[in-house]
Design a protein around this ligand. Structure first.
Ligand code: PLP
Length: 227
């Protein structure tokens, strides 16, 4: 297999499993690989790339300046590092507290931009997980809505680490229904994205309405020698 064939297989799955494949984008998670491999991902037809470390991301962004890459930040983002990505980042998937949202808003403004962001939700309400717990989020929503240089366009979650399909499916269903509720109560229909699903669970996430799937390992598995 080649990277290009792996990407093709995932894009075929988008057509097969999503109720609205035309709305879905593959975020190729390139955190595991170097620039020469990223080159193959871009040539393989994926222009949306996901990274979870600011330092690595800025180096890669600089290297690929001349290519049309849409960089998505998918990891835990430290406030003091927002300034390094604010000028170019296409979307930040992982807002998990008000202070982070305020910092992104401030740095976006300095760059004369409005940055698209997602609210990361800890759906399972697990202690160890990143992401907003709902109680906290409900408290912050009024202030989040006042930030003019961030555009909150959807929700993101990481499913629990399990192979139990029913747990995965109910996590994704829950995120989808939260999006509906928030749209009715606060966002007036402006939440349009659901970022959910990784290599092991993206098919289920697609069935449950994902618009971004974040896939890493599956793009880089079973590669033939020399490819
Ligand atoms: C690494 C990572 C992914 C991709 O995981 P794979 O299992 O390799 O597909 C997706 N989302 C986030 C937030 C990640 O950190």
């Amino acid at each position: 297999m080649s990277i290009k064939e792996n990407i093709k297989k995932i894009k075929d799955d988008i057509q097969k499993y999503s109720p609205y494949p035309e709305k879905v984008k593959l975020i190729a998670v390139t955190k595991y690989v170097d620039n020469s491999t990223i080159e193959k991902v871009l040539d393989g037809g994926s222009e949306y790339l996901g990274e979870n470390k600011v330092q690595v991301l800025t180096e890669k962004e600089n290297y690929f300046k001349d290519r049309k890459v849409k960089w998505h930040f998918i990891g835990n983002l430290q406030k003091n590092k927002v300034k390094y990505i604010a000028s170019f980042i296409d979307m930040i998937h992982s807002i998990n507290k008000l202070s982070l949202a305020k910092e992104i808003d401030k740095r976006a403004k300095e760059n004369n931009r409005v940055i698209d962001v997602l609210l990361e939700i800890n759906v399972a309400q697990e202690e160890s997980k990143e992401g907003y717990i709902l109680e906290e989020l409900y408290k912050d929503i009024p202030q989040l809505l006042e930030l003019k240089n961030i555009n909150i366009v959807g929700l993101m979650t990481m499913a629990p680490f399990t192979e139990d399909e029913s747990i995965l499916r109910s996590t994704f269903k829950k995120l989808n229904s939260l999006k509906e509720d928030f749209n009715k109560e606060y966002f007036n229909g402006t939440l349009v994205h659901l970022s959910m699903g990784m290599s092991n669970d993206y098919k289920i996430a697609l069935e449950e309405g994902a618009t971004f799937i974040r896939v890493g390992s599956k793009i880089f598995e079973n590669l033939s020698e020399g490819i």
